[in-house]
Design a binder for this molecule. Structure first.
Ligand SMILES: Nc1ncnc2c1ncn2[C@@H]1O[C@H](COP(=O)(O)OP(=O)(O)OP(=O)(O)O)[C@@H](O)[C@H]1O
Length: 264
């Protein structure tokens, strides 16, 4: 598709990310450029400590960039208010939920907060958005359970439903497959892929599941010590990007199968 016809949701232009103290600036990554399209599943990968969470925190405006621009729906993130942000971008984080005493239905309904009055009264549209989100993720039968009664995999699905109920153009997830077994890691990432296709939302997630991400993502953002590269998984394989992601003494990338294997 020609660049002009693409519907770009989130864009980074010469972005530098990192931390600033009174004494010093600690850069984590720079020269980051990407354009994320509507309806795409995008996986952000790279070794431990490379800067994935720092990048996601910058994209959701929890920390400010060192330099460069972030455009959300063509508008500079700096000029986007918290209220505007909440109806365009939703977030799923892995840290422990403090409100586990809520029922699944109540937790998913929290996703409607940007649209409800200050008491949080739900109107007919809010209720139908909550039911739709529970249905899309396949957790309607858990609706009346308390969140503390859920397994990690079930809770992850419910958190995704909450983000869906928020009804934003883009959903950003930080390591959504942590604590899950192999089956449920694949299940959650396939669910994200299905949601992009069925709802047209853009979903960006960070993960260490590179083999799965290669199979399922439309686009991947690969962070290495030297650069941050964004492309379709097949092009990244052709360019040999995965071959140099990790030291070869433990695991190596097999271009034929498009996956990492333990080095014999
Ligand atoms: N609050 C902070 N102040 C200064 N440096 C930080 C802070 N948080 C993280 N860092 C540093 O920024 C770098 C990137 O960390 P980040 O957590 O973004 O990596 P990551 O790719 O998400 O890692 P992991 O895969 O292990 O979760 C690391 O060197 C880390 O030590």
């Amino acid at each position: 598709m020609k660049e002009d016809n693409k519907h770009i949701i989130l864009e980074a232009e010469n972005l530098s990310i990192g931390y600033k103290t009174k004494k010093e600036t600690i850069p984590v990554a720079s020269n980051i450029n990407f354009k994320l399209e509507k309806g795409h599943l995008i996986g952000l990968v790279g070794e431990n400590g490379i800067g994935k969470s720092t990048l996601l925190r910058t994209l959701i405006k929890v920390q400010t960039q060192l330099s460069g621009n972030i455009l959300l729906n063509k508008k500079d993130l700096k000029d986007t208010s918290a209220e505007q942000l909440a109806i365009q971008l939703s977030i799923v984080l892995t840290e422990q939920l403090t409100s586990k005493n809520l029922s699944v239905n109540e937790l998913v309904a929290l996703g409607r907060q940007p649209y409800t009055n200050w008491i949080g009264n739900l109107n007919t549209k809010d209720i139908s958005k909550v039911n739709e989100a529970l249905d899309l993720v396949g957790v309607t039968q858990l609706k009346h359970k308390k969140c503390f009664e859920l397994s990690d995999g079930q809770l992850q699905k419910v958190m995704i439903a909450r983000a869906l109920a928020q009804d934003t153009d883009i959903i950003i997830l930080d390591e959504p497959t942590t604590h899950l077994d192999m089956y449920h890691k694949a299940y959650i990432l396939k669910l994200l892929q299905k949601l992009t296709k069925e709802t047209g939302k853009t979903i960006l997630f960070s993960s260490h599941e590179i083999n799965l991400a290669i199979q399922l993502c439309d686009t991947m953002i690969v962070m290495t010590k030297n650069n941050v590269i964004t492309d379709q998984p097949c092009h990244l394989i052709e360019k040999g990007v995965f071959n140099v992601l990790f030291p070869k003494d433990m695991i190596a990338f097999d271009e034929k199968t498009g996956s990492f294997r333990v080095t014999k």
